[in-house]
Design a protein around this ligand. Structure first.
Ligand code: FES
Length: 104
């Protein structure tokens, strides 16, 4: 599947992502700046915070309870479309997904 990350400076990075990989791992593999993934996807750092493009919010679903709590401690402002990208897993239904990387 393809994923596009939109950066605050207007640049876009598009990468091919294997099914089953999470979006934090995918961002790191594609050298997307400001998506760090310090805890390795264990829901304990919030450094993988992204905003899901409006068109993709339904397909990516809602944050789980623990993710929801962690979204309260993100560095960038929490918005309704905030997700921790380690909790979004690549799948054929998400082909074309667009994620917005918050301003650091
Ligand atoms: Fe730490 Fe997502 S990588 S919460």
């Amino acid at each position: 599947m393809k994923v596009t990350w939109r950066l605050a400076d207007g640049r876009e990075i598009t990468g091919e992502v294997a099914n089953g990989l999470n979006m934090m791992e995918a961002a790191v593999a594609n050298n997307v700046p400001h998506v760090i993934g310090e805890c390795g996807g264990n829901l304990s750092c919030a450094t993988c915070h992204v905003y899901v493009d409006d068109a993709w919010r339904e397909a990516t679903g809602e944050a789980g309870d623990f993710e929801d709590d962690m979204l309260d401690v993100t560095e960038a402002e929490r918005l309704p479309q905030s997700r921790l990208s380690c909790q979004i897993t690549a799948s054929p239904e998400l082909d074309g997904l667009v994620l917005i990387v918050p301003e650091p």
